[in-house]
Design a protein. Structure first.
Length: 295
């Protein structure tokens, strides 16, 4: 399946990928528990990275519900399924959220992005390669839970960001995600972000707590990305369908997102020679194939 998909993308009737200017950073945002702030973190970090001059693509992989488009007050014109069925091009369905930031809706239609046919993967690779704007960072907003689809996205991303809140259910779920990714999917490093925190001390204490348990039981490197305070401005932004970094740029949570985006921008560039978004798709294919798509 891997070779045929790649072959499909390189036959004459499919355009060759453009050479990349630089490798794409792909980050999957996850957390296990619902409502911990994954989508808000994904879009607000994307917007801040956009302000720092990066071209950012947010893949809304929460297939079940309308999600980031609602948070941003934008209307999607189609989904990835329309691209797969040749009703639209990738450019047609991309929604511009802000200068430098695009949303790629996958919420309705593409029922399982991790079990596409070779032809669909080929089309996706071609679509990414012909985008007008080369992408610097792709942020994948995953649904709640730890389904095969969530783990497939996390495996395919270069970086995994686990969102955790200081509540027993969130801590248990976040740890379960880290454990499954590490023990079943060979994910060796994970970033942690504490959301809805009351203080930075409380947030770093929570990270230390998770770190201690992980160090004892898992073979994983946990990196503390930082925290976002509990902030009513973020909720007001949600109600106004205007993410907090745009609606309340001076608020505590918006300032936290600025800081986090600067940290992410400072991460070392991915080293792999494959340097376009198709890397993500190809890796998704090969890893899904290795592990068995319907494992
Ligand atoms: N830092 C914060 N301060 C205050 N409220 C927050 C914060 N982060 C998130 N919330 C609240 O939590 C709600 C859920 O956030 P969000 O939709 O981003 O979570 P999610 O993890 O993506 O949820 P789902 O699992 O349903 O996809 C928001 O509507 C907002 O009210
Ligand atoms: Mg969400």
């Amino acid at each position: 399946m891997v070779s045929s998909a790649i072959a499909l993308a390189t036959t004459e009737n499919v355009q060759q990928p453009r050479p990349a200017s630089k490798p794409v950073q792909v980050m999957a945002v996850t957390g296990g528990k619902g409502g911990v702030g994954k989508s808000n973190v994904a879009i607000n970090i994307a917007l801040e990275l956009g302000r720092l001059g990066q071209s950012v693509l947010v893949l809304d992989a929460d297939l079940s519900l309308a999600n980031i488009d609602v948070l941003c007050g934008v209307k999607s014109r189609g989904t990835l399924e329309d691209v797969f069925d040749a009703r639209a091009t990738l450019d047609d369905i991309l929604v511009k959220v802000d200068s430098n930031v695009w949303l790629l809706p996958a919420n309705s239609g593409a029922s399982n992005l991790t079990s596409l046919t070779d032809a669909q993967y080929g089309g996706l690779i071609q679509g990414f390669s012909s985008l007008q704007n080369p992408i610097d960072t792709m942020i994948i907003d995953t649904p709640a839970g730890i389904s095969n689809q969530v783990t497939a996205f996390c495996r395919a991303a270069r970086e995994v960001l686990v969102i955790v809140c200081d509540e027993p259910t969130s801590i248990t779920d976040a740890y379960a995600v880290i454990k499954v990714l590490n023990t079943e999917h060979r994910v060796k490093h994970v970033n942690i972000l504490v959301n809805k925190s009351n203080s930075s001390q409380q947030a770093s204490d929570l990270f230390e707590k998770i770190l201690r348990v992980a160090d004892k039981n898992l073979d994983v490197v946990l990196r503390y990305l930082g925290s976002v305070p509990s902030d009513e401005h973020l909720q007001l932004g949600v109600c106004k369908q205007n993410p907090v970094v745009l609606s309340y740029p001076g608020s505590r949570s918006a300032l936290a997102f600025q800081k986090l985006a600067k940290k992410i921008q400072g991460w070392p560039e991915p080293k792999q020679p494959l340097g376009h978004v198709e890397f993500f798709v190809e890796r998704l294919i090969s890893q899904s194939t290795c592990a068995g798509v319907s494992e």
